[in-house]
Design a protein around this ligand. Structure first.
Ligand code: PMP
Length: 361
């Protein structure tokens, strides 16, 4: 390859994102608990919409997503004009970085924050900055102290991935109020639906002009395979993001299924209830055998081991038992494993396997 053909600066610094594998060779009855997917999948109504969409595949999809935005707005009590829909919330994160950060700019995220923020920041030519957390929880003081004249975006996930912790509305508001005037706060609410009564920071987005919220259909809606997310923010910012959005970024199928899914809040409540019940059960079962975790508010727990070697060994043992969980070394937490809260049978298998593992040490 000629030296003259080269990517933009920063691109080769991007570490490839490792998706969760779904198989272990030679092991049957494998359950994937590494990508925070909903073990029950999407609602029946969303599945029916998927089949209905098959009759429209020759038509181009809507370019303005008006019906999906109207449905999201109705369910969440939002202004549809301030909603943008994308290919997963990943795409909204990418749009934000493309539109608001470039060479010389800094994009802040918390120490153990989601890896996509760095990928998108670097792809836009900006510099990602990891800001220390306090006890694996977002530290507003540290974020404010890390801001400077180059800060353009500040990403926090609330609840956070992979720690499962979250901070309260007052702390989030303090962060938004304290940012330099050229910086935008992005509240990533990928796991917001797992917290009863929490709407991702909607009130703050409505009250301020420097806050955007991102949401996804990949988690509680059980639609990770279909790739749909959305963002909510000030009208001017949504207008900017729409200018860089491809007109047909979402397919007819994505739009129809997401609309049916968001209208089925009974399914969301049922999945949240099951998750809350099994999350508490799993956390307690692991703690009883000497594997603690912070109180999680999401659909996974971050199990802490004595050190990186023990976490690695437990991961290998779980794999041999057909249980795929997530190693968190890439998040700076090599002594931990992130375990998605599966259905009851999966949680029991995990607890049994970790108990066996600890018994052998
Ligand atoms: N934010 C966080 C914190 C996540 O954990 C994830 C998925 N792992 C996403 C955003 C992206 O989700 P999606 O692109 O599937 O909407």
């Amino acid at each position: 390859m000629s030296d003259a053909i080269r990517p933009q600066p920063g691109i080769l610094d991007i570490a490839l994102y490792q998706g969760g594998q779904a198989h272990v060779s030679g092991v049957s009855n494998v359950v994937k608990l590494s990508s925070n997917e909903n073990p029950f999948g999407p609602s029946e109504k969303a599945r029916e919409a998927y089949l209905r969409a098959a009759h429209q595949l020759h038509r181009y999809p809507s370019t303005d997503h008006a019906e999906l935005r109207a449905a999201i707005a109705e369910i969440h009590g939002l202004d549809p004009e301030r909603i943008i829909c994308g290919v997963g919330s990943d795409e909204i994160i990418t749009f934000l970085c493309q539109a608001y950060a470039g060479p010389g700019d800094e994009v802040l995220r918390t120490e153990h924050g989601f890896l996509m923020y760095d990928i998108s920041a670097r792809a836009a030519g900006a510099t990602p900055v990891a800001v220390p957390e306090r006890e694996r929880t977002t530290d507003v003081d540290a974020l404010l102290a890390a801001c400077n004249a180059r800060t353009r975006l500040v990403f926090i996930a609330n609840p956070n991935n992979p720690t499962g912790t979250m901070i309260g509305a007052k702390e989030v508001a303090r962060l938004a109020e304290g940012l330099p005037e050229q910086a935008l706060l992005v509240l990533d609410g990928a796991y917001a639906e797992y917290v009863e009564g929490f709407d991702g920071g909607k009130a703050l987005v409505e009250a301020r002009d420097n806050v955007v919220m991102t949401r996804t259909f990949s988690k509680i809606y059980g639609l990770g395979g279909l790739r749909i997310g959305w963002g909510y923010g000030p009208k001017e910012i949504i207008d900017v993001l729409n200018r860089i959005r491809g007109p047909f970024n979402l397919s007819t199928t994505q739009l129809e299924v997401a609309e049916a899914a968001v209208r089925d809040q009974d399914w969301v409540a049922k999945c949240r209830g099951e998750n809350t019940r099994m999350r508490a059960w799993l956390a307690e079962a692991l703690a009883e055998v000497g594997v603690p975790s912070d109180t999680s508010t999401a659909n996974f727990i971050l199990a802490r081991f004595a050190d990186a070697e023990e976490a690695e060994a437990c991961d290998a043992f779980l794999k041999s038992e057909g249980l795929i969980v997530r190693k968190t070394g890439g998040y700076g937490l090599a002594n931990c494993l992130r375990i998605t809260v599966g259905d009851e049978a999966s949680c029991r298998r995990v607890a049994h396997a970790v108990t066996q593992f600890k018994g052998q040490r």
